[in-house]
Ligand binder design. Structure first.
Ligand code: TYD
Length: 139
């Protein structure tokens, strides 16, 4: 299945300040290709741990390393792409239909996720065989 939307990295605005820098995003901004319905974050991830391991059927997500760094691995059914998130002003958009894992979490890192939909387990594909049947490219 050809995917309409592709993953991309985007730089968010930075307000430089000698007191400490500030970054923001809000609904309607061009960096955001959806309306935010939910925000969640993972933290205290033990060294060597892998998170994710699923795709979303409908939901899009914007990932930000608000602290520290981690790697995001995206699979479209044919090939993997890898993104390192290590700046609080950089964001990675993950469209629906992409299998993702996150690994290489640095100590103290925080993965903040802005999501286009509310939490619903029915929006998840957690089985790689089902993912490949749905999105895999057979050639
Ligand atoms: P999951 O999305 O599998 O985490 P990750 O992709 O970061 O490894 O979610 C882990 C658990 O948390 C799972 O039982 C569902 C629950 N959860 C919620 O209740 N609400 C949420 O918004 C999210 C993202 C997860």
């Amino acid at each position: 299945m050809e995917k309409v939307k592709k993953p991309f990295m985007v730089e968010l605005p930075r307000i430089y300040d000698p007191r400490g820098n500030l970054t923001f995003i809000q609904n309607g901004d061009q960096e955001l290709s959806f309306t935010i319905e939910r925000v969640f974050w993972t933290y205290d991830v033990p060294a060597g741990e892998v998170r994710g391991g699923h795709a979303h059927k409908e939901g899009g997500e914007l990932l930000i390393a608000t602290s520290g760094s981690f790697k995001v691995n995206l699979f479209d059914g044919r090939s993997w792409q890898h993104f390192v998130l290590n700046r609080p002003y950089q964001a990675l958009y993950i469209p629906p239909g992409y299998w993702r894992t996150m690994d290489d979490f640095s100590s103290g890192s925080v993965c903040m996720v802005l999501a286009s939909n509310k939490y619903s387990e029915s929006d998840y594909i957690r089985d790689m065989d089902i993912f490949l049947k749905t999105y895999g490219v057979e050639d």
